[in-house]
Design a binder for this molecule. Structure first.
Ligand SMILES: *Cc1c(COP(=O)(O)O)cnc(C)c1O
Length: 369
């Protein structure tokens, strides 16, 4: 039985068709700019998303970092959400490797950064302060889609204050599919956009950075310094192109599966947050975590269990597997309820002033009379 892996959409494996495209890739040395597949993918993506240029990276972390470094420079500051991947989940690489000062501000419940908070965080031009250079947003963020009107307002506001804008769009295509927005509209206000070809799109590795020629040239220099100059990367580019051509519209299936999973968990009496894309957040009581941590893998279900458990749907999880995962959760809670009811029934006579223990327990513990 194949595992039902709900830990993340990073676990997707290349399909047979994607592997065939990789097998057939014509390659060259991309550090010399010689790899035809990489060049084609970069041109294709730049055109598709309405940018002058694009650059392939081995990972989203590296693509984000090269973009942040290109915008901020040493001692520059970026305004970023407290919950943003670039601030929280990349080891502080912008500060550690990029000499950038992050200025984190709180994410609103919808994932946005309030314009008044952004305004308050911009430093005056004074030698006491770092130079505020960049506003970095993320879409989707925690499975939530930033409202298109908000993105327009925030990027326009940043520009009006002389800031560059970067979008960590690791799951941008999920946002596009969920919102029904045109791809070009979703990225229109940003100077740079990082987009994951791995994750839900199913390539084994790769991210694209979109921007104008100047910023992409800078990012390409940083990519080499960061150890990201790959040679025959066309094998990966072939997978990335296949992902963009064949795996975007199907993200709607992942979103429908996530909604189905959320509804099923709610029907079990669990508290589930509203679902917008391919992530389900569900509250699991601490008393249930040890048993579920043992039981679910036994049932072929992998999940990153915690008080706020995140379950992620993707290319490698079918509707039938979502139903199987729901059935596993359902069995756990049914057995738990049954055990609790049986225990209550068996121990009721133990309350004060009642008579003898029921037969089974009387043998074990003797009579209370
Ligand atoms: C996964 C992810 C990244 C980084 O991508 P890697 O390829 O794992 O380095 C960046 N931002 C967000 C929002 C992500 O989910």
């Amino acid at each position: 039985m194949p595992l039902i892996d709900l830990r993340s959409d990073t676990v997707t494996r290349p399909t047979a068709a994607m592997r065939a495209a990789m097998h057939a890739a014509d390659v060259g040395d991309d550090v010399y700019g010689d790899d035809p597949g990489v060049n084609h993918l970069q041109d294709y993506a730049a055109e598709r998303f309405g940018f002058e240029a694009a650059l392939w990276f081995a990972s989203g972390t590296q693509s984000n970092l090269a973009a942040l470094m290109s915008h901020c420079g040493r001692g520059g500051e970026m305004i970023v959400g407290q919950d943003a991947h670039t601030y929280r989940y990349e080891q502080g690489g912008a500060a550690v490797l990029g000499s950038i000062q992050p200025q984190p501000i709180v994410n609103q419940p919808d994932g946005s950064l309030a314009l008044r908070d952004i305004a308050a965080a911009i430093k005056p031009d004074d030698l006491h302060f770092a130079r505020t250079r960049l506003l970095a947003l993320e879409n989707t963020i925690g499975g939530k889609v930033l409202a298109p009107a908000y993105v327009r307002d925030a990027t326009m506001f940043a520009k009006s204050r002389g800031l560059a804008t970067h979008l960590d769009g690791a799951r941008l295509m999920n946002a596009v599919i969920a919102s029904g927005q045109a791809e070009r509209d979703a990225v229109a206000g940003f100077d740079t956009v990082s987009l994951c070809l791995s994750k839900g799109l199913g390539a084994p590795a790769g991210s694209l950075l979109l921007g104008n020629r100047e910023v992409i040239k800078l990012a390409k220099r940083w990519r080499k310094a960061l150890g990201g100059g790959l040679r025959q990367a066309g094998i990966y580019a072939a997978a990335g192109l296949h992902a963009l051509e064949h795996h975007v519209t199907r993200l709607a299936d992942d979103h429908a599966n996530a909604a189905h999973l959320a509804a099923g968990l709610a029907a079990l009496g669990l508290k589930v947050e509203p679902v917008q894309t391919n992530m389900v957040f569900v509250e699991i009581a601490s008393e249930d975590l040890p048993a579920l941590t043992l039981y679910l893998p036994e049932q072929g279900v992998l999940a990153a269990l915690g008080a706020r458990t995140r379950l992620v749907t993707h290319l490698d999880v079918s509707r039938a597997q979502i139903d199987a995962a729901l059935a596993a959760f359902g069995r756990y809670y049914a057995v738990k309820q049954h055990a609790a009811a049986t225990f209550r029934a068996a121990t009721r006579p133990l309350s004060p002033m009642t008579g003898s223990l029921p037969p089974g327990l009387a043998e074990l513990y003797g009579s209370t009379t």
